[in-house]
Design a protein around this ligand. Structure first.
Ligand SMILES: *[C@@H]1O[C@H](CO)[C@@H](O)[C@H](O)[C@H]1NC(C)=O
Ligand SMILES: *[C@@H]1O[C@H](CO)[C@@H](O)[C@H](O)[C@H]1NC(C)=O
Ligand SMILES: *[C@@H]1O[C@H](CO)[C@@H](O)[C@H](O)[C@H]1NC(C)=O
Ligand SMILES: *[C@@H]1O[C@H](CO)[C@@H](O)[C@H](O)[C@H]1NC(C)=O
Length: 636
């Protein structure tokens, strides 16, 4: 364990050694308090306050793992322990990184482990823990790499927060009673086992690389690496009719009519289009079906349902209603932390995008309507207008026009692998300028919002047919449940939030800066964090760690073409990106400064700029030299 920390400086090593005696006293107190909560502790008889738990690397207490005089881990396996796991007392162990209570007799619900946010591994397999696990149970455990919960009696959903842990490599949940669908993981798990649960639905694409026996013993799972969902479980048309009849018989007449009508629409949807469209369509239909059931108040027909009405916020758009949307053939565009988005082609040929948001209950109905009307009044060529929305307590639907060229994220990180050319420098500059103008407009029009955008990232920048950027998902921070916002929204990743727990009027500028760095480096902040692993670097500090002379060769995306005679301007934009991501918000540009600097940028260097700022690098790098440079290895 100590080996991993070989990079610690000598100074810090000395510092830690000096600290040994005092911190062990408090470690000892914490552990003894922890022991109080356990039952059948015969195995821990040598836990005695007259000896400190650790002397440097040596553990004096059974089951304790030490590092430099600190309690680094607890390995209390096969000890017949029961009682409760008192996480509160462990929380004071500042160096605790690994915990194992495998193969004991602990019962009850999962302890509140997210308090131990420094943990790298947590092993709770082979106990009798039970009950549902809250969806945020692992939120913020950013160092967690290994989690074993196998062979307990857990029920309910696999907690969504697990799917967002950036460093998770190994997950074992086999032998429980987890049900419903597996969440889409945002990392590549090296090892995972979901077998012997009651999981169902399609295995998310991010887990398709795992072996079949990672999923065995769940009757209703389908999709790679198991059988295809369509061939395995899709009921025949006849079956649908039978089900509909049976269901209908059980319900009141009006209700039955409604349902049959809806099913017929779904059936026709399922029977058109190519196979892959068909799959996507089926999934989208299933999802939208849920919306529909909500809007017609489920199976309880006597209850007065909420009106299933779309509220239009603009006059300059053709009207349609919720039923038109549900009738439309739909295709899933993506699903994020908030919910999914679909492309729907209306009968009249119009294509719209429907985004479905959950966790958006911060506003009551009236306040929500008010806020939507405010967003509906926005009008700017770089802001994608909201067309209509749908309000239900449990979820909201947002309807916008479909934007032809997809998201900036797709172009930077994916599409060019599918035959689309990578974005060249003039296009990237145009995008940066458009995004900045759109953002400045939001600042001007939504002055009461601390973060007028709040969720600015490359997947929320769409590109129209002429690659003019359009911002989406703006102005939503006040509507989203605070906890969810803090966990997932871009504004809350800014240093002023992670370090000082506040967001400011400059927070969106930080997001803009990160976006600029992403556009120039072609590197994705989230996956970059993953690669950076142990080191706490983000994209900005990585760029800062490079010598300025190396920027053009090592930092700038080598797939960005048409950079000839533009090096000077590219460097200026990179510097603006860094100034916008300045960790100290006081020193950071504000929106006005950022917008002014960005407006000044040009597509090509004027001779003056280029030679005066770069002549000292030698021959001012001819464009040929430049393209040689930028093909240099990209490994960092
Ligand atoms: C702790 O150890 C001391 C001496 O080593 C012994 O006298 C004392 O009884 C022990 N205390 C407990 C609680 O076991
Ligand atoms: C679990 O603990 C029991 C005794 O408590 C032991 O007999 C058994 O071998 C252990 N199993 C594993 C897998 O360690
Ligand atoms: C108590 O722990 C011992 C091993 O330390 C184990 O053999 C025994 O079964 C446990 N008793 C209970 C009631 O769990
Ligand atoms: C997952 O666990 C099951 C049950 O213990 C086992 O049969 C299977 O081999 C495991 N799969 C992997 C990939 O470890």
């Amino acid at each position: 364990m100590a080996k991993r920390h070989g990079s610690f400086t000598l100074v810090s090593a000395i510092f830690f050694t000096i600290m040994v005696s005092s911190s062990s006293a408090s470690d000892s107190k914490a552990l003894l308090q922890f022991k109080e909560s356990l039952e059948n502790v015969t195995a821990l008889s040598d836990w005695n306050s007259s000896v400190s738990p650790c002397t440097d690397q040596k553990a004096n207490w059974k089951g304790v793992i030490c590092w430099n005089g600190h309690v680094w881990g607890l390995k209390l396996e096969n000890m017949g322990l029961s009682g409760s796991i008192d996480v509160d007392s462990l929380a004071s162990l500042g160096y605790l990184r690994t915990l194992s209570f495998m193969n004991n007799s602990f019962e009850g619900s999962l302890p509140n482990v997210k308090q131990l946010s420094g943990l790298k591994s947590l092993y709770l397999s082979n106990n009798k823990l039970s009950g549902d696990i809250a969806s945020d149970a692992f939120a913020g455990m950013d160092y967690l790499k290994k989690l074993h919960l196998a062979n307990n009696k857990f029920t309910g959903k696999i907690p969504e927060s697990l799917a967002h842990l950036q460093r998770l490599l190994e997950l074992r949940v086999e032998g429980n009673q987890f049900d419903s669908v597996i969440p889409e993981f945002h990392v590549h798990l090296n090892h995972a086992n979901f077998s012997n649960n009651k999981l169902e639905g399609k295995i998310p694409a991010s887990l398709a690389h795992l072996s079949k026996d990672s999923f065995s013993g769940n009757e209703d799972l389908c999709g790679a690496p198991l059988q295809d969902c369509n061939t395995s479980k899709k009921p025949s048309k006849l079956m649908i009719v039978i089900i509909v009849i049976v269901v209908a018989a059980a319900l009141a007449a009006i209700c039955a009519v409604l349902i049959i009508l809806h099913r017929r629409r779904k059936t026709s949807l399922l029977n058109t289009g190519s196979t892959s469209d068909l799959q996507k369509g089926a999934a989208a239909a299933r999802d939208l079906d849920e919306v529909e059931r909500g809007s017609t108040a489920g199976s309880d027909c006597s209850r007065k349902s909420e009106p299933g009405m779309l509220s239009f916020v603009r006059d300059d758009h053709d009207r349609f209603d919720l039923q038109d949307l549900l009738k439309a053939s739909a295709e899933i565009l993506g699903s994020g932390c908030f919910g999914s988005s679909y492309k729907a082609s209306l009968v009249n040929g119009q294509m719209v995008v429907v985004k479905r948001f959950k966790q958006m209950n911060n506003f009551g109905r009236e306040e929500f309507h008010e806020h939507m009307r405010r967003l509906g009044r926005l009008k700017h060529r770089n802001v994608l207008p909201l067309v209509a929305y749908y309000f239900r307590k449990e979820e909201k639907l947002f309807v916008t026009d479909f934007v032809k060229n997809g998201s900036l994220a797709g172009h930077l990180h994916g599409k060019h692998n599918e035959g689309h050319p990578s974005l060249d420098w003039p296009t990237r500059l145009k995008i940066v300028k458009g995004v900045t103008r759109g953002l400045a407009y939001l600042y001007a029009e939504l002055p009461s919002l601390i973060v007028p955008h709040g969720h600015l990232k490359s997947s929320n920048v769409l590109l129209n047919e002429s690659f003019e950027p359009l911002l989406t998902d703006y102005g939503l921070v006040p509507a989203v449940n605070l906890e969810h916002a803090q966990e997932y929204m871009v504004a809350y990743k800014a240093p002023e939030y992670t370090q000082q727990n506040r967001i400011t009027k400059k927070t969106d500028v930080w997001s803009l800066g990160m976006l600029i760095l992403e556009i120039l480096t072609g590197k994705f902040q989230a996956s970059f964090l993953q690669q950076a692993k142990e080191s706490e670097q983000d994209l900005a500090s990585w760029v800062n760690s490079m010598e300025q002379q190396e920027w053009m060769s090592k930092v700038i995306d080598h797939e960005m073409n048409d950079t000839k005679n533009a090096e000077g301007e590219i460097m200026k934009l990179l510097e603006i990106g860094l100034a916008c991501t300045e960790g100290d918000a006081e020193k950071r540009y504000d929106m006005k400064e950022a917008a002014e600097k960005i407006e000044e940028l040009k597509e090509r260097d004027t001779d003056d700029d280029f030679y005066s700022s770069h002549a000292s690098d030698g021959d001012a790098r001819s464009s040929r030299g430049l393209s040689d440079d930028i093909s240099i290895s990209w490994n960092v």
